[in-house]
Design a protein around this ligand. Structure first.
Ligand SMILES: Nc1ncnc2c1ncn2[C@@H]1O[C@H](COP(=O)(O)OP(=O)(O)OP(=O)(O)O)[C@@H](O)[C@H]1O
Ligand SMILES: Nc1ccn([C@@H]2O[C@H](COP(=O)(O)O)[C@@H](O)[C@H]2O)c(=O)n1
Length: 218
């Protein structure tokens, strides 16, 4: 039996992770936060002080890195045995991830690491190219978005709640830059996958989005 896959793609701060985790829990399926793989590589590249234009060096680090994911209520990620969870959520990590994610060579190295998450009884996979590239055959595809202003505000509140200093205009600028880079890159750009259900969550609650997605699976 082919393991069923539900993909949720969309721009930063749309709520993909929040909704995917909740839906995976409700269904009892596995969960892949593909952005955390790109973010982990960003942490590794920054730690090694790599030149972000040195594609070969980044690929070497990507091939060598060992990642462990503990998908409980909060995702815990270990890179080569060290807990890097607290470093994953920063805007520096997200922006660095977006820069290195534009390299096709890097994407090729990370492809199989993502495919390995497709295990019974099912998989909810969130990212930018889950429905368009990595899990093209997924039975159900969702494109989840929200206005850039709303996404920036969500991210701002998230950082403030964590006690991290945040600047709303700067977050808005960074989100727009990241959207642009993710949508315009030549390889696996962020796009609405063919056949995807389009959900704009700008004026929906988290629960309303979860309900819409679960209804698609039913
Ligand atoms: N519909 C919603 N209404 C209000 N807040 C929301 C909604 N969906 C998500 N959020 C909040 O927005 C923030 C960002 O959500 P989340 O991390 O799930 O986004 P994401 O799409 O996975 O982002 P990224 O791709 O950058 O990881 C979280 O604080 C989350 O609680
Ligand atoms: N399938 C994916 C997932 C992520 N990326 C890149 O990583 C950056 C960080 O992702 P988050 O979802 O954690 O915000 C993102 O901006 C993308 O550039 C990707 O390319 N493909």
């Amino acid at each position: 039996m082919q393991t069923p896959v539900l993909t949720i793609d969309g721009p930063s701060g749309a709520g993909k992770g929040t909704v995917s985790r909740a839906v995976a829990k409700l269904l009892g399926w596995n969960y892949l936060d593909s952005g955390s793989i790109y973010r982990s590589l960003a942490v590794a590249a920054l730690k090694a002080d790599l030149d972000l234009s040195d594609i070969l060096a980044i690929c070497r680090v990507a091939e060598a890195m060992s990642l462990e994911f503990d998908c409980g209520d909060e995702l815990i990620v270990k890179l080569d045995g060290a807990d890097i969870t607290s470093q994953l959520g920063t805007e520096t990590t997200g922006n660095t991830a977006s820069i290195i994610a534009a390299y096709p060579e890097v994407r090729a190295v990370l492809f199989q690491k993502q495919k390995d998450f497709q295990r019974l009884p099912g998989l909810v996979a969130d990212g930018r190219d889950m429905g368009s590239v990595v899990f093209q055959d997924a039975k159900i595809k969702v494109y989840l978005t929200a206005s850039a202003e709303e996404r920036a505000l969500r991210r701002y509140k998230q950082l403030i709640e964590k006690g991290i200093d945040a600047n709303l205009p700067q977050i808005t600028r960074e989100i727009e830059e990241r959207d642009f880079r993710d949508q315009q890159r030549a390889t696996a750009p962020l796009t609405v996958p063919e056949g995807a259900h389009y959900i704009d969550s700008s004026s929906l609650t988290i629960q309303q989005v979860i309900d819409q997605v679960v209804n698609l699976v039913d």
